[in-house]
Design a binder for this molecule. Structure first.
Ligand SMILES: Nc1ncnc2c1ncn2[C@@H]1O[C@H](COP(=O)(O)OP(=O)(O)OP(=O)(O)O)[C@@H](O)[C@H]1O
Ligand SMILES: [Mg+2]
Length: 438
C-alpha cells in the first residue's frame, strides 16, 4: 500500500496530536458515492474519524452507513495519505467499497446543520470539482486542503487500479476523466494520450450468470479494434495504439491523443459550412482506403448477427430511439424491427466504414480533419451506413435533441451536396433503423 504525504505551509515541523480518518471510494456505473453539504455546497468522500474500540475497516463501514445509509463491504486499505498541519498529523486511510445493502442514516448535529446528503456523481465531474482546490487559497483554507487531499487521493486510487503495463506508461501525468459517452467506458484524457477502459461484462444482463454478470461473446470481438487501428496506421489519421491490456473486468486501450476539437464543438456548430465540408472530406477519405486486407468485416450480415444477439438477450433500450421507430405507426418491438431488417436488406456498396460516424467521433483542427476516434466498429461495410449515421448526428446535434441547444443554421442535407450525391432515403432510413438496436 502506498503512503503519500501532504505537508502544509503552517506545519510546525513536529506533531503532538493525531487522529486517523477512514474514507471509502465506492464506484458504481461510472458514478461515485459522495457526501454533499447542501448548505455550503461542499463535496467530500464519505468517511470519518476512527474511534477507540474499532478497526479501520469497522470505522469505514460504520461511517458510510451513518452518513449515506449504505452498507458496504470494504477492501483492505488501498492508500494512506498523511496530512501535516500546525502540530497535527492527520492520517487518512482509503478503502474501496462494494455496496451490499441499505440502512438508516444517523447524522451528527453538525452534519444536520450543513444539510449533508449522499449523492452519486459522475467520476469526471467530482474530479473536476476537486481540481479547483487552488481557487480557495487564502479564502477557505479548510476547503482548499480537503479538495486538494481528495483530488490527490482519488487520482492515485484510480491510477492504482490500472494494469501495471498501462500504469507505468501514464504515471506522473496529469489527467481528467471524460464520462459523457453512452457505452459505460471510462476515458482518461492525458495531455498527449488517451486511455479508454471498456467494460468486458454486461452488468445486470437478463442472461446473467448467478454472480449477476455475463461475458458477452461479441464484446470480445473488440480485440479486433486494436488490429484495425494498427492496420489503419499510415492510411488514415487514427490514434496510434500505445498499449493494450485486459483484466477480468475491463479492456484498456492506451492511444495517442488526436489534436483538435470534436465536430460538435460549439465553434463548428456555429460554422456549419466549414464543419460539413470536413465531414464530407472525412467520408471520402474513408472510402478511398483499399479494403482488400482489412482485418474486420462490418458488413450487413455481421451487424445483423450482433443486432440479433442484442435483441435475443434483451440488451436493446427501446426508450433511447427515434420517437417514430416504435409504437403507433412504427414497429411493435425490437423483435419485429429485427425481422423487418432481415427481410429488407439493401444491396451492398463495400467501403471502409467508421461504423459510428457521428460528430463526437470526428476531430477537427484549424478547419481540417485531424482524426477519427472510437473505432470499435470500423471495418469493411456499406457506404450508406456512415452516410446515414452522419446525417442523423447532424440532425440531432442541430435540433437540440442531444445537447439541448438548437442551431437553426445547420441544414443536414448540405452533406449530400458536399458529397456530390443524391440521398438514397431507403438506405439512409434502413441504417438509422438498424442502429436503433445498438
Ligand atoms: N484518441 C483520442 N484523441 C483525442 N480525444 C479522444 C481520443 N479518444 C477519445 N477522446 C475523447 O474522449 C471522448 C470519448 O471517447 P470515445 O468516443 O472513444 O468514447 P465514447 O464515445 O465514450 O464511447 P462510445 O462511443 O463507445 O460510447 C471523445 O469524444 C473525445 O473527446
Ligand atoms: Mg464516441
Amino acid at each position: 500500500m502506498k503512503i503519500l504525504e501532504i505537508v502544509g505551509d503552517n506545519y510546525f515541523g513536529n506533531w503532538t496530536k493525531s487522529r486517523t480518518g477512514c474514507r471509502a471510494v465506492i464506484i458504481r456505473d461510472g458514478k461515485i458515492l459522495m457526501s454533499y453539504e447542501t448548505k455550503t455546497d461542499q463535496w467530500m468522500l464519505p468517511g470519518g474519524g476512527l474511534e477507540e474500540d474499532e478497526t479501520e475497516e469497522e470505522c469505514v463501514v460504520r461511517e458510510i452507513a451513518e452518513e449515506c445509509g449504505v452498507v458496504i463491504r470494504p477492501s483492505s486499505c488501498v492508500l494512506e495519505l498523511d496530512e501535516y498541519y500546525e502540530d497535527c498529523k492527520w492520517p487518512n486511510k482509503y478503502f474501496l467499497g462494494e455496496v451490499i445493502g441499505e440502512t438508516e442514516r444517523h447524522l451528527t448535529e453538525r452534519e444536520i446543520e450543513v444539510g449533508m446528503e449522499p449523492r452519486w456523481i459522475p467520476l469526471g465531474e467530482i474530479l473536476s470539482i476537486f481540481s479547483t482546490h487552488a481557487e480557495y487559497d487564502g479564502k477557505d483554507e479548510m476547503r482548499r486542503g480537503m479538495y486538494y487531499r481528495e483530488y490527490t487521493a482519488l487520482r492515485e486510487i484510480l491510477l492504482s487500479e490500472l494494469p501495471d503495463a498501462i500504469r507505468e506508461k501514464v504515471s506522473g501525468k496529469d489527467f481528467r476523466i471524460d464520462d459523457l459517452g453512452k457505452s459505460g467506458s471510462k476515458i482518461f484524457l492525458f495531455d498527449d494520450c488517451v486511455l479508454k477502459c471498456e467494460p468486458r461484462i454486461l452488468e445486470n444482463c437478463p442472461d446473467a450468470d448467478p454472480a449477476g454478470v455475463k461475458a458477452a461473446p461479441f464484446l470480445e470481438d473488440q480485440d479486433k479494434t486494436v488490429e484495425v487501428m494498427r492496420y489503419l496506421k499510415g492510411k488514415l489519421p487514427v490514434p496510434e495504439v500505445l498499449a493494450y491490456e485486459k483484466d477480468e473486468k475491463y479492456r484498456y486501450l492506451l492511444m495517442s491523443r488526436i489534436p483538435g476539437k470534436v465536430a460538435c464543438d460549439s465553434y463548428y456548430m456555429e460554422h456549419p459550412k466549414e464543419m460539413i465540408r470536413v465531414l464530407s472530406d472525412a467520408l471520402k477519405l474513408l472510402w478511398s482506403v483499399d479494403i482488400s486486407d482489412c482485418p474486420r468485416k462490418q458488413d450487413l450480415d455481421a451487424v445483423l448477427a450482433e443486432a440479433k444477439y442484442r435483441v435475443e438477450h434483451g440488451l436493446v433500450d427501446v426508450s433511447d430511439t427515434e420517437p417514430e421507430t416504435f409504437g403507433e405507426g412504427g414497429f411493435k418491438d425490437a423483435e419485429e424491427l429485427l425481422s423487418w431488417l432481415m427481410e429488407n436488406k439493401p444491396s451492398y456498396e463495400p467501403v471502409l466504414t467508421h461504423g459510428d460516424f457521428c460528430l463526437p467521433n470526428i476531430l477537427i483542427k484549424n478547419g481540417k480533419l485531424s482524426g477519427f476516434i472510437d473505432l470499435g466498429k470500423t471495418g469493411t461495410g456499406d457506404r450508406w451506413m456512415d452516410i446515414a449515421l452522419c446525417y442523423r448526428s447532424l440532425k440531432h446535434n442541430a435540433d437540440g435533441t442531444w445537447s439541448g441547444k438548437v442551431y437553426p443554421d445547420i441544414r443536414p442535407e448540405v452533406l449530400f451536396e458536399e458529397l456530390g450525391i443524391k440521398p438514397d432515403w431507403d438506405r439512409i432510413n434502413y441504417y438509422i433503423l438498424l442502429d436503433e438496436l445498438f
